[in-house]
Design a protein around this ligand. Structure first.
Ligand code: DGL
Length: 262
């Protein structure tokens, strides 16, 4: 198969990366895409950098064995811990998640913004550098999204506890008069409707997925890797509980996809 017609690989510690997959297939409908959810090892957030590098490398090797031409690391935590290692050790291009601090800081009127992410993401060099570079003129509030990955992974988005828990997480941020909330974890866009309910109307919620897909398109174009064949497919793999993945896929596409457990 010609390289440009090989699939795009995309992975996350679990189902969260589907929020990026959704943007990817919307913007690049001619591409074949293989999604891998490492939910046997989810959450990545509290794990050590070394452990995340090991897990991410295993997933990357699987996606390479499936002939992927490029890999989207649809996980902020894995990007923070492992993207440098992956770029150094594998020859295909990698696209990582970036905390959208820049647009939030540029557009803030109250000069107070917030990022909601995992511990691992906040500890990463990428987050520290991005915030140093772009958040000079604003107050940057950070909050670890305690329990949120588990809520999404366990299909508890509509559980009454979820809204109460979100309200208590964002309360200190509201008190800081934020007007932008950056979602720094790909699981969180699945909580968007609940977040809107517990935040004041003037708070803009930023999902970085569209910007990441824009960058993916740019890299595919630069490397002459856009698919030009007529055949195209989607595949899904899970190292753990595949049913939640199937459920979320059904919700976002209205189609029944088979998720292969490996
Ligand atoms: N979706 C991952 C992220 O963007 C979840 C992190 C985790 O597994 O803890 O960071």
């Amino acid at each position: 198969m010609e390289k440009k017609n090989q699939p795009i690989g995309i992975f996350d510690s679990g189902v969260g990366g589907l929020s990026v997959w959704k943007e990817l297939v919307k913007s690049l409908p001619n591409e074949s895409v293989i999604y891998y959810a490492d939910n046997a090892n989810c959450p990545y957030g509290p794990k050590s950098k070394e452990n995340i590098i090991e897990l991410a490398s295993r997933v990357v090797e699987f996606l390479i064995s499936k002939d992927c031409k490029i890999i989207v690391v649809a996980c902020n935590t894995a990007t923070a811990a492992a993207i440098e290692f992956l770029r150094t050790n594998y020859s295909l291009p990698f696209i990582g998640m970036e905390p959208a601090v820049k647009p939030a800081a540029q557009n803030s009127k109250t000069k107070s913004i917030a990022v909601l992410a995992t511990e691992g993401t906040f500890n990463g060099k990428l987050y520290i550098e991005t915030s140093r570079k772009y958040a000079k003129d604003v107050v940057l509030n950070i909050k670890v999204g305690d329990k949120l990955v588990d809520i999404v992974e366990n299909g508890l988005i509509d559980d009454p506890f979820t809204e109460k828990h979100l309200a208590s997480l964002v309360k200190p941020l509201i008190e800081k008069n934020i007007d932008h909330l950056v979602l720094g974890c790909t699981h969180y866009p699945f909580l968007l409707e609940k977040l809107k309910k517990v935040l004041p109307d003037n708070v803009m919620i930023i999902d970085p997925a569209p910007a990441v897909i824009k960058q993916t398109i740019k890299i595919l174009e630069q490397n002459n890797l856009l698919n030009n064949s007529k055949s195209q497919f989607y595949e899904f793999y899970s190292s753990g509980n595949f049913e939640v993945l199937q459920g979320i896929l059904k919700n976002i596409t209205n189609k029944d996809y088979i998720v292969k457990k490996i």
